[in-house]
Design a protein. Structure first.
Length: 412
C-alpha cells in the first residue's frame, strides 16, 4: 500500500533524517500490503516526538538517538552509551519516553473522544514509546523488567522488525482513522524524497449548499442563460448579467470542468502521484524520477485511448498504437524507450485514483518490477477510470510495442 509521510516541523538534524529513512524501509518491508503513516517531528507539551508510526495495530513512538554502542540505563538514574569514541552521558531515557508517551496519549484521547470513542481510553495506554539507537547497539538484559513495563523498549534496525510484529493495541486503525489523527494533530503531508509539501483538497470540507463560491456563481450563470433561451425578449437583458457572472467566477467552461466535471489528471495530480511513487522507489533502493511534461502528455493520451476504445492493454487492439509508436508526436526521441503500466476501475475517474493505481501496481509482481525500473523520468495520468504510468528508459532504444504478461488490474 505504501507509506505516507506527515510532519509537524521540518527535520533539523541529519542523523534523524537517516534514521527516519531507515525506519521507513523497515516498515515498508514489514507491512507491504498495509497502509502505514510515518509522522515526524511532532510538537507536544514537553518537547518534540522524533517519530510516530501509525499502523492498523495502533501508534508507536520512537525516540531517535545517534549513538552506536552498549547502552546502560534503568528506570531511575542517568543513562550512558559506551561507543568507540568513549562514554557519552544521556538523560534518563526511560523517564523521557514516559513523558513523551503521556503527552501523545493526551492528544490521542481528544482525537478518540471526538471521532472514534469505541476505541476506549484504556486501550490508548497500550501505546509503546521506544528508544531507537543506531545499528549494532546493544542493551544488556536485566536493567528493566520488560514483563512489567510493556510499553518501553530499546531497539535498533536489527531488532525493530521482529518487535513490530507483536504490537497489540486492542483495536484496529483504518486509513480514514489515520487521516483523522494527522488532521487533528495539524500535520503536513510531504514527500520524503524531495522534502516538499504535498497539498491535497479535503473532500469532506463543508462548502455550503451549492458548493464553493465559484460553483455558486456558475449555477447562477447557468440559470440566467437557461432563462434567456426559454423566455423570448429578455436575451439582451440577461446577456450582460450572465457575462458578469461568468467573468466573476472565471470562465464558465473552465470552472465547471475544474469543480464539477473533472475526468482526467492535471499536471499537478501527476506530479503528486510521482512524488508518492518516488517514496516507494526510494524505500526499495531506487533513484527518484523527475516529472517530465512530455511523458505526462503521452500518458494522458494513452489513458484517454484506453477509455475511448474500452480496453486495458499496452496496445490498442483496433488501431495497433502504443506508447512507443506515439512517443515522437510528444517530443520524445526515437532513441528513448518508454515502459508502461496500466490500471482501470469501472466507476470512472475519482479523486486520488492516481495513488490508488500505484497502490494496485505495487501489489502485483510484474507491475511492481516495472515501477522499480531504471528510468530517468516518469509520469502517471488517468482518464475516466483508466490510468497509465510511463517510465523513460535512456538505456534502451526502439519503437516496438510492449509485450509480455501485463499483470494489470481492473477493479469494480
Amino acid at each position: 500500500m505504501g507509506i505516507r509521510f506527515f510532519r509537524g516541523q521540518k527535520t533539523k538534524f541529519e542523523h534523524e533524517h537517516h534514521q527516519q529513512k531507515e525506519i521507513a524501509r523497515i516498515v515498508a518491508k514489514e507491512f507491504p500490503d498495509e497502509p502505514v503513516y510515518l509522522l515526524t517531528n511532532i510538537l507536544v507539551a514537553n518537547g518534540e516526538l522524533d517519530c510516530v508510526i501509525l499502523t492498523r495495530n495502533g501508534p508507536l513512538i520512537l525516540d531517535l538517538k545517534a549513538f552506536s554502542g552498549t547502552v546502560h540505563g534503568s528506570e531511575n538514574g542517568k543513562w550512558q552509551v559506551e561507543t568507540k569514541d568513549g562514554v557519552h552521558l544521556l538523560p534518563n531515557l526511560f523517564i523521557q519516553s514516559k513523558i513523551h508517551r503521556q503527552d501523545f496519549i493526551d492528544k490521542m484521547i481528544m482525537v478518540c473522544r471526538a471521532h472514534f470513542p469505541h476505541i476506549g481510553e484504556i486501550n490508548l495506554k497500550k501505546i509503546g514509546s521506544w528508544v531507537y539507537f543506531c545499528k549494532e547497539s546493544v542493551y544488556p538484559p536485566g536493567q528493566i523488567d520488560f514483563r512489567r513495563v510493556k510499553w518501553f523498549r530499546v531497539v535498533t534496525a536489527e531488532s525493530l522488525p521482529e518487535k513490530l510484529r507483536f504490537i497489540d493495541s486492542g483495536y484496529t486503525l483504518r486509513p480514514e482513522d489515520m487521516d483523522v489523527i494527522v488532521a487533528d494533530l495539524h500535520l503536513q503531508e510531504y514527500s520524503f524524497s524531495t522534502d516538499k509539501e504535498i497539498k491535497r483538497i479535503d473532500p469532506d470540507k463543508p462548502v455550503g449548499i451549492l458548493g464553493t463560491v465559484r460553483r455558486k456563481i456558475v449555477v447562477v450563470a447557468i440559470i440566467i442563460i437557461a432563462l434567456a433561451l426559454i423566455i423570448p425578449g429578455i436575451n439582451l437583458m440577461v446577456t450582460d448579467t450572465a457575462t458578469g457572472a461568468v467573468n466573476a467566477g472565471g470562465s464558465l467552461l473552465q470552472t465547471v470542468s475544474k469543480d464539477t466535471l473533472k475526468s482526467t489528471s492535471r499536471p499537478s495530480d501527476s506530479s503528486d502521484a510521482l512524488a508518492y511513487l518516488n517514496q516507494f522507489r526510494e524505500l526499495n533502493g531506487k533513484k527518484p524520477l523527475y516529472f517530465d511534461g512530455r511523458l505526462y502528455n503521452l500518458s494522458l493520451v494513452r489513458a484517454r485511448d484506453m477509455q475511448q476504445y474500452e480496453y486495458l492493454a499496452y496496445v490498442n487492439p483496433k488501431t495497433g498504437t502504443c506508447a512507443n509508436t506515439l512517443k515522437t508526436l510528444y517530443g520524445i526521441s526515437s532513441d528513448e524507450n518508454v515502459v508502461e503500466n496500466a490500471y482501470g476501475q469501472w466507476n470512472g475517474y475519482s479523486r486520488g485514483i492516481e495513488r490508488q493505481a500505484i497502490d494496485s501496481w505495487v501489489q502485483e509482481p510484474g507491475n511492481k518490477n516495472q515501477l522499480l525500473g531504471n528510468y530517468s523520468a516518469g509520469a502517471v495520468s488517468c482518464s475516466g477510470g483508466y490510468c497509465t504510468f510511463l517510465g523513460l528508459n535512456n538505456d534502451r532504444t526502439g519503437n516496438e510495442c510492449q509485450t509480455g504478461p501485463a499483470g494489470m488490474n481492473m477493479t469494480s
